[in-house]
Design a protein around this ligand. Structure first.
Ligand SMILES: [Zn+2]
Length: 349
């Protein structure tokens, strides 16, 4: 039986909306609520939240003797206010593996503890070419030399505090989303692209009237970028966990923006050989374009569950994403391939 057709417009529309919701790790409530609202349209799903704030959706399958889980994360890189400087600007502390050169000059929001937000942008502290000359290019892009310049009248620490800004306020950088010729270019495709493929797979299956072979728990993680997202929230009786996260594209890599990838090993070591082999067979049988790869500097939420004691087969699939943790890009072909792979897995014996 052929797989249900993937609605590409739905996928991209959902993805663009999710990308435009700020969700640095620790500040993911709005993104989780957005996904929750979308999933609430599907009566087949039982929705719940973990105490840590992750979203879990259970779909009771045709059989319940070997339940499975899939996870993808909505949290992203970001920052917090580290210090309010005497000139009224802010130094930051990074959340996750944010590379400061990748967000230099980017617009950002500072979220105050009172629920307000203040606009600004991130610059080096010697930004003006007419004042600092060579220093403007040579200054190291690190936490000591970069600052948030607020779009508010402040020249002093006190004036900034009067805006309601305090140490520890979350900072989210603009994703700068563009969709052109099937390419989606944006920050934080890691891992919102994969959340979009999960939701689209659910919708496509539901619309076609099909039910997963086994009961399945969809886990939308909110602490992945700091290493412990899926350590909680996945029931310990699941037999398999398929982590859906971006594939690393670059020199020496097999992955690209037009395929899904099966990752066999990353910084956390090899994934489960049996489940990886099963996923290859499923992709082959369904004509899904995929690559097989190894990611040199990478950890996943599947490994977080393993480290938390999960006795389960874990594998990792996802769309190729260029320039990860930088200004990322992928293509609808990779997103469609990943969505089809998820559906084929859910319908497999
Ligand atoms: Zn990720």
């Amino acid at each position: 039986m052929p797989l249900p057709k993937v609605d590409n417009d739905y996928l991209v529309d959902f993805l663009v909306k999710l990308l435009n919701i700020p969700s640095p790790t620790g500040f993911t409530e709005e993104a989780i609520a957005f996904v929750e609202k979308e999933l609430s349209h599907f009566g087949q799903l039982e929705l719940s939240r973990t105490r840590k704030g992750a979203l879990v959706a259970k779909w009771v399958g045709q059989s319940d003797n070997a339940p499975v889980a899939l996870t993808a994360h909505v949290d992203t890189l970001g920052a917090m206010v580290k210090e309010i400087k005497r000139n009224g600007r802010l130094t930051i502390t990074r959340i996750g593996g944010l590379m400061l050169n990748a967000v230099e000059t980017e617009g950002c929001w500072v979220f105050t503890s009172k629920g307000e937000k203040v606009r600004g942008s991130l610059l080096i502290d010697a930004a003006s070419a007419h004042v600092y000359a060579a220093k403007a290019t040579e200054t190291k892009r690190d936490e000591d030399h970069m600052e948030v310049r607020l779009d508010a009248r402040t020249m002093s620490e006190n004036e900034t505090r009067n805006l309601g800004i305090q140490v520890g306020d979350f900072i989210a950088f603009d994703p700068r989303v563009e969709v052109t010729n099937g390419f989606v270019r944006s920050r934080f495709l890691d891992d919102k692209a994969c959340v979009a493929t999960l939701i689209t797979a659910i919708k496509s299956l539901a619309d076609s009237g099909q039910t997963p072979t086994q009961s399945v728990h969809f886990h939308v993680s909110n602490y992945e970028e700091v290493g412990h997202g899926a350590a909680a929230g996945i029931p310990f009786d699941v037999h398999e966990l398929v982590t859906v996260d971006m594939a690393a594209v670059g020199k020496g890599q097999e992955s690209n923006e037009f395929h899904a990838t099966l990752c066999l090993k990353d910084s956390g070591g090899p994934y489960h050989h049996g489940l990886s082999t099963k996923l290859r067979k499923i992709a082959d049988a369904n004509g899904i374009p995929y690559k097989v790869d190894i990611y040199p500097f990478y950890g996943s939420d599947g490994e977080a569950f393993w480290r938390a004691g999960g006795d389960v087969a874990v594998a990792l699939i996802g769309p190729g994403v260029d320039a990860s943790h930088n200004y990322e890009r992928t293509h609808i072909d990779a997103l469609t391939a990943t969505t089809n792979w998820i559906m084929a897995y859910l319908l497999s014996d």
